[in-house]
Ligand binder design. Structure first.
Ligand SMILES: Nc1ncnc2c1ncn2[C@@H]1O[C@H](COP(=O)(O)OP(=O)(O)OP(=O)(O)O)[C@@H](O)[C@H]1O
Ligand SMILES: [Mg+2]
Length: 732
């Protein structure tokens, strides 16, 4: 078998040059025709290499031909079953274009292995299976910044500034007293040592009481201060976390729909929980121990200088070297921390997506695969975290080594000074305790350093989304008073591409007039852009060119919250409900609605009957995203939710597709009844449901191909008539 082309995935290949098995990564170009050397009976088989398959974990030993074939066949089968996932291209860089290749893919050879083996292979391969995750592209929106927004987090502390100052003052006082303690201890030791000399006259207790009391008071004050700053800081930290989470969640809710098209829920939830938590812990530790440590170092150095400038010199000369080395390691650790946090988010988004789509996972028996994928992502995260841990450990180890070396030099040099009577015993004692203070503080700061690295990076990630401004605001702009609202909608030369896929133009010069009181229907093939029209009407996205006007005013000038909240009733193609009671789900359309109004809306949507049949009626609590009721029931509750707000513009995107003929007829009657005085935009595949519409537009390839009433379009014998005929013959 020969192959030439561009690989979009990874595939097991054999290099003739290196005689080893390798994974060819995504995007590798293979210009020369490459012969297959596996299996002499290999036939030419049409295997698409445009599908992306995942590389297995690195092998310690080269695979056997059987192993190779089983895996290759499984990939081909996965592809046929449509369960091939996008590649992470983990083996990037292994392939050298100059190598001659031989593929381990051979459907002809597969016949040798037999189905039983293939099935066994399937089970085995599944655990390693493919990944549905995409590689995070460098420079893409998924990549987060380098903590550049960190400082902006401080504005969230403004409200607690006094508490914070009190905590800082307590921490500094505790540190200051810590600095004094060696001196007081030195005084005490000096007094005691004087009494050890025989010829010393005087009362021991009298002499010792004063320094001892001073020392005890210092200990007491230090204890109170320590308790004070820890208590205050933990309260400030909790407040800060609450404010950050609220601000982040509020900001996320404001983001454009396009933002949610590209960001995983798991990643966002991780920022809300883990990142805020990381920042809070670091903040508390840095203020308490960091501030205390720095104060102690500064104070101790001053004291030490007072005790012996010579000894202090030994310390001060070497400290900057340690600090500089620490800063260099720190830069590396910060990057590692950011990578580790992002990878953890990624792992969480795998779990989040799988749990949210549990029915799909179960239906495809993908539990093992999902577990493998999760563990694989977690492994990568734990690998990065371990590297970070090693880095932090190395940093701390080196710091400790340097600091202990310093203490040793102090003892060595101090002993010499003591022998030459340049310092006294008490002074040396004070100096040693003070230098140990410095050592302990520096060691604590070095531990803190790792935490601070995580905290800065986490705060950057949190602030990045808090600061992000959506391009479409939630509120602000013109509102049309209810009584002067005609709700004439006009699409004029609309061209549109989704921001996440700018190269694909979904709507091309789309113009449609939806006058008040008329029912406008849009039909056409799947993917034509019908739902996109409704999304633009709701202003989920802004048009690339052209305009959409309501009563002559461009939607970009209108208040989006007025437009969405009060004017448009939108029934989504895939309606989702919340995990609350049916009553509250319907009331979501109008939070002020009474129970009677809720029931009226349900009756209009032909939902009252089945709701009453539930044992708890309107108080029946639904599962997450409306699971636990049927698709048709979900649709009718969604219709009731849209109708309860009495919208002037009603948009129904495949709103009755899940209903049986009878229920559909009833809902259809309702729609006909409620459409009076409203502008109704209906999208339906089942053409029988839109026959009575005033205007039917046939949308194909982003353009309106035909427009007119049912009778007009049937007479024209064009695309619409064709579609109707095909559906009719299909139904019979
Ligand atoms: N959020 C999105 N981001 C990027 N592309 C999208 C998005 N939603 C839809 N598309 C693409 O836009 C095109 C039109 O999609 P749309 O949902 O409007 O089709 P449709 O006519 O409603 O199809 P159907 O009848 O199947 O519901 C499709 O090619 C689709 O892949
Ligand atoms: Mg659609």
């Amino acid at each position: 078998m020969l192959f030439a082309g561009k690989f979009q995935g990874s595939i097991l290949v054999r290099s003739k040059i290196e005689k080893g098995w390798q994974w060819m990564s995504a995007g590798t170009k293979c210009k020369q025709k490459s012969p297959l050397t596996i299996g002499q009976n290999a036939k030419k088989v049409p295997i698409s290499l445009h599908h992306v398959v995942r590389a297995p974990p690195p092998r310690s030993t080269p695979p056997t031909v059987h192993q190779l074939l089983r895996e290759s066949i499984q990939r081909v089968r996965n592809h046929v079953q449509g369960s091939v996932f996008k590649n992470q291209s983990r083996a990037k860089g292994l392939w050298k274009p100059s190598q001659t290749l031989a593929f381990g893919v051979g459907a002809g050879v597969a016949l040798h292995t037999g189905w039983s083996k293939m099935n066994r292979a399937e089970c085995k391969v599944k655990a390693n299976g493919a990944t549905r995750l995409l590689e995070v592209k460098k420079g893409s929106d998924l990549e987060t910044n380098n903590g550049e927004h960190f400082w902006e987090v401080l504005r969230f502390l403004r409200e607690d500034v006094w508490y914070l100052l009190a905590a800082v003052a307590s921490a500094m006082l505790a540190a200051f007293i810590n600095v004094q303690i060696p001196l007081l201890l030195g005084d005490l030791v000096q007094v005691v040592s004087e009494f050890t000399v025989r010829e010393h006259a005087g009362n021991y207790l009298d002499a010792v009481t004063r320094p001892a009391l001073r020392l005890i008071s210092a200990y007491g004050i230090q204890a109170v201060c320590t308790c004070g700053y820890i208590a205050i800081l933990s309260s400030v930290g909790e407040q800060l976390a609450t404010r950050l989470r609220t601000a982040l969640f509020t900001s996320l809710l404001k983001q454009d729909i396009a933002f949610f098209d590209i960001h995983h829920t798991g990643e966002l939830v991780n920022r809300l929980s883990a990142d805020v938590q990381d920042f809070k812990s670091s903040f508390k530790l840095c203020i308490s121990q960091g501030l205390r440590g720095t104060t102690q170092i500064a104070g101790s150095v001053v004291c030490m200088y007072g005790l012996s400038p010579k000894l202090t010199g030994v310390l001060v000369i070497t400290l900057p070297i340690i600090v500089l080395a620490g800063a260099a390691i720190g830069a590396v650790l910060r990057k590692l921390a950011r990578d580790a946090q992002e990878q953890t988010s990624r792992a969480m988004s795998v779990a989040d997506e799988a749990l949210a789509n549990m029915r799909t996972v179960r239906a495809f028996a993908m539990e093992e695969q999902e577990a493998a994928l999760f563990s694989q992502e977690l492994d990568r995260a734990s690998g990065l975290q371990s590297r970070l841990g090693f880095g932090i450990g190395l940093f701390q180890g080196l710091t400790n080594l340097a600091l202990n070396g310093l203490v040793l030099s102090v003892v060595y040099y101090g002993g010499y000074l003591l022998a030459s009577n340049e310092v006294q015993a008490g002074q040396l004692m004070s100096f040693l305790v003070a230098s140990q203070n410095v050592q302990r503080s520096l060691a604590a700061i070095s531990i803190l350093f790792g935490q601070a690295v995580r905290g800065v990076s986490a705060a950057g990630r949190v602030m990045e989304y808090i600061k992000m401004e959506p391009s479409i605001p939630l509120t602000g702009g013109k509102c049309i008073l209810y009584h002067s609202l005609y709700a004439n909608v006009e699409f004029d030369g609309v061209t549109f591409s989704y921001p996440s896929r700018p190269q694909q133009t979904v709507l091309k010069d789309f113009s449609l007039s939806c006058p008040r009181g008329k029912v406008i229907a849009i039909c056409g093939p799947s993917g034509a852009g019908k739902s996109t029209v409704t999304a633009l009407m709701e202003r989920f996205y802004d048009v690339t060119a052209g305009s959409i006007k309501v009563d002559g005013i461009e939607v970009t000038e209108l208040d989006p919250s007025w437009l969405r909240g009060r004017t448009i009733g939108y029934i989504n193609q895939e309606p989702t409900l919340f995990a609350t009671s049916i009553r509250e789900n319907i009331r979501y359309g109008d939070p002020q609605a009474t129970d009677v109004e809720v029931e009226e809306a349900a009756k209009l949507a032909n939902a009252h009957g089945f709701i009453q049949d539930f044992p708890s009626g309107y108080d029946t609590v639904l599962g997450e995203r409306g699971a636990t009721i049927s698709g048709g029931q979900k649709q009718r509750i969604a219709i009731a939710r849209a109708l309860i707000k009495r919208p002037s513009i009603l948009i129904l995107d495949e709103a009755t597709s899940a209903l049986d003929a009878e229920a559909e007829r009833l809902v259809q009657d309702t729609i006909n009844a409620v459409s009076k005085g409203r502008t109704v935009l209906i999208i339906a595949h089942r053409l029988s449901t839109i026959q009575n519409a005033d205007v039917i537009a046939v949308l194909s390839d982003g353009r309106i191909q035909e427009i007119g009433s049912h009778t007009e379009l049937m007479k024209r014998k064009g695309m619409y008539a064709d579609l109707v005929q095909r559906q009719a013959s299909h139904d019979h």
